[in-house]
Write a protein that binds this ligand. Structure first.
Ligand code: SAM
Length: 211
C-alpha cells in the first residue's frame, strides 16, 4: 500500500469489526480473495445508497457478501437487496455473515446465474450493482435495459470497468475479459437511454443513470 492509499484509509471512518472479519476469512479461505470490494469501496457503496435511498437493489456477484452487507447497511428499513451468486460454494460464508449482521434481514440471497435468476425474480430495481463475470457485462446490461428490470431514475453501478488499465490499451488476442468490458463501456456511452460517468476509484466504477 502506498502513502496516499494509507492516508485515505486513515482519514475514512474505520471498518466495522464484522466486515473486517469477513475480509480476513475471505483471504484465508477463498480463491481469488482480491475480488472482494473491501473497506473503501464498501463505504462508498453504503454512502451512495444513503444518498439515493433505493427501495429495491440488485447485486450481480455476491462473492462472500462484503458489498451486499455494505449496501444493506445504507438501506432504509423496509428496503432490500437481492444478491445473486453463481458459485454455490460461496453461499455458506456469505449466509453466515448475513445472519450475524444487524442488517442481514435486508438481504435476499440467491444462488444461480443472474442471467437466469433476474428474469425469474421479475422485479424492477432502483439500483443495481454489477460485479459478476466481466465477460458477461454486455449480456447483463442488455438483460437489465431491455427486460424491464430498471426504470427511469435507476442507477447502475458497474465495477472493474477499467480492468487494471487494460481498457485503455489495444486488446491482446483472446483477452475476452478486456474485450467484454470495453464493449460494455462502449454500449453505455453510446446508449441514448442513459447518462453516465466513470469514477476511477479502485478498478473503476461506471456510474450509469437511466433517463
Ligand atoms: C468480483 S466478485 C464479486 C465481489 C463482491 N461483489 C464483493 O464486493 O465482495 C464476482 C463474483 O461474481 C460471480 N459470478 C460470475 N458470473 C455470475 C453470474 N452469471 N451470476 C451471478 N454471479 C456470477 C463469481 O462467482 C464471483 O463470486
Amino acid at each position: 500500500m502506498d502513502n496516499l492509499e494509507q492516508y485515505i484509509l486513515d482519514n475514512t471512518k474505520p471498518e466495522e469489526e464484522l466486515m473486517h472479519r469477513l475480509e480476513r476469512e475471505t483471504y484465508l479461505r477463498v480463491i481469488n480473495p482480491r475480488m472482494i470490494s473491501g473497506h473503501l469501496q464498501g463505504k462508498l457503496l453504503e454512502m451512495l445508497v444513503r444518498m439515493m435511498r433505493p427501495k429495491r437493489v440488485l447485486e450481480i456477484g455476491t462473492f462472500t457478501g462484503y458489498s451486499a452487507l455494505s449496501i444493506a447497511r445504507g438501506l432504509d428499513d423496509g428496503a432490500y437487496i437481492d444478491t445473486i451468486e453463481v458459485d454455490d460454494e460461496l453461499e455458506e460464508i456469505a449466509a453466515r455473515f448475513f445472519a450475524e449482521s444487524a442488517y442481514g434481514s435486508r438481504i435476499r440471497q440467491h444462488v444461480g446465474s443472474a442471467l437466469d435468476v433476474v428474469p425469474r425474480l421479475g422485479e424492477c430495481y432502483d439500483m443495481v450493482f454489477i460485479d459478476g463475470d466481466k465477460r458477461e457485462y454486455p449480456a447483463y446490461y442488455d438483460m437489465l435495459m431491455d427486460g424491464g428490470y430498471v426504470h427511469s431514475g435507476t442507477m447502475l453501478l458497474a465495477d472493474n470497468i477499467l480492468w487494471y488499465g487494460k481498457v485503455a490499451e489495444p486488446t491482446a488476442h483472446n483477452d475476452k475479459h478486456t474485450e467484454a468490458i470495453k464493449e460494455f463501456n462502449r454500449r453505455v456511452v453510446e446508449d441514448e437511454r442513459v447518462d453516465n460517468v466513470i469514477i476511477p476509484i479502485r478498478d473503476g466504477i461506471n456510474l450509469i443513470r437511466v433517463k
